[in-house]
Design a binder for this molecule. Sequence first.
Ligand code: QAP
Ligand code: CO
Length: 168
Amino acid sequence: MALLPILEFPDPRLRKVASPVTHFDDRLRSLVANMLETMYHAEGIGLAATQVNVHKRLLVLDVSQEKDSPHVFVNPEFEVIEEELQDYQEGCLSVPGFFEDVSRPRAIRVSARDQRGEAFELEARGVLAVCIQHEIDHLDGKLFVDYLSPLKRRRIRGKLQKEQRKSA
Ligand code: QAP
Ligand code: CO
């Protein structure tokens, strides 16, 4: 297994739209293992392939307290089953150090495949619904900062670019 480098806002590669996974092979399963290792190491609850510069429709998450419930979603799609919005303070491993409220539909039905190609469906609400919507946004080149005011987004971009220049 290996830790993968995580792209940081405003890297333009975070804006790419990912394409569907077509091969459920050992390469995919090894990518899934590395993404889970990277997510746990970074103390995240979700990670999309886009964030590790792989532009395939794949995400991993674990919203459990014990960090013992990894979930893999390949080619995920969702429909809203409760339009009512919930606010949740979101962060992102690609926007380190910043957390802001975002409103999203509070309940969704998700259909996806696992890393073996097996189809499944689930209903999600609470933090799981937030996390799945946040990660699917990544696959479409969207970030949670896109839901903030232009002023907040600009401040975050400025601070992160300054950090990135220091560490470059
Ligand atoms: C998306 O985000 C999410 O800035 C996953 O310093 C976040 O795992 C969904 C993280 C909140 C629902 C609610 C961010 C860790 C992790 C940071 C993450 C940081 C350390 C973010
Ligand atoms: Co994110």
